[in-house]
Design a protein around this ligand. Sequence first.
Ligand SMILES: [Zn+2]
Length: 405
Amino acid sequence: MSGYDSFSRFLVDFYKDYIPIKAVNPDFGGEGETERAKFLESLLRKIGVDEIKHYDVPDKRVKGGIRPNIIAYIYGRNTDKTFWIIGHMDVVPEGDKSLWLYDPWSANISGDYIYGRGTEDDGQGIATGLLVLKMLRDYDIMPNINLGIAFVSDEEAGSNYGAKYLAFNTDVFKQSDEILIPDAGYPEGDKIEVAEKHILWLKIKALGKQAHASTPEKGINAHRLNMEFVLSVYNKIHDRFNKYNELFDPPVTTCEPTKKEKNIDNINTIPGVDTVYMDCRILTDYNPKEVLDFIREEAYNFSLERGCKIDVEVVSLDIAPKPTDPNSEFVRNFIKSLKEIRNIEARPIGIGGGTVAKYFREKGIPTIVWMTTEGTAHEPNERVKISNIINDARVIFYYLTSKKV
Ligand SMILES: [Zn+2]
């Protein structure tokens, strides 16, 4: 069998065993990752890695009482430095089963595709790591630096039992290491995520005065005034924080009104209270506190002018760490490997979404998020392309060994 066929066979066999071992995150009522971790460990032993370690975190909610995190190494010529591939084992539930073409909890092959919940998110990251290990063993080549694989728990619900725990409570990852997180990407594989925006979530509550809707002069319409306030603040934020940073996609600060709380049950009452939420993704060119102060100042002025008190409450604020340097040797060499193996001109980008990369960047470890994917995570008919995994693994193999397969 040629390389490509044997890799493809390996991936199909892997998925057939892996997908039926359900590992829904316990936050969504699932069983957790324990059984999957056992299966992956036996597979790692079969491939023949140099070292396996466990960093399990107690969690009473699951059978067995732990959330597993497995670390495996193949040593390199230089053992002081490790290139990491981090994949998460947990998945989200299948959602509405009637929308699926096939059983979401078995791997269904159709041409180049494998369907099933978790095939892409993050079975693709796990499979990519396993395939690179297998390539190193099949060709019996020692990588230039260590290859480290981390199969982690709990990505779908905050990573407190997984990547976040490993980053802040263990010394697994060193500042001199390099981290790849294959858990998001683009269909052409031509964008490498090196930065994320600050994420600010706000609750905006207007306090007016309830009255009969036929006599609005007797009340203060909190709903109308809140809409006015939010729209005016929406326009002003985009005028004031108008920097354009082309590293990011989209290249601007965004601040969107999103959730709306129910105010009153009936149509003929003027609501005295009205609550909406805003989701702001702020370029790293700004300090998010500046944006918050600006919104609070606007709220204060609006309250004075319009006689309707506006409260601005921070629901959450995620400060983005310093981006991974897009001109670092790591990123430049990774881009070069993509060009060499697949003739792709890749470029580093920043995104508005939040990934576990932020924990590692916070610790000063250069971290990229990349894989080649159509992006079907959490959807019905989630699927992965076998050829994408093989091509991604070939790029990583080249990055580690300067050899082509
Ligand atoms: Zn994921």
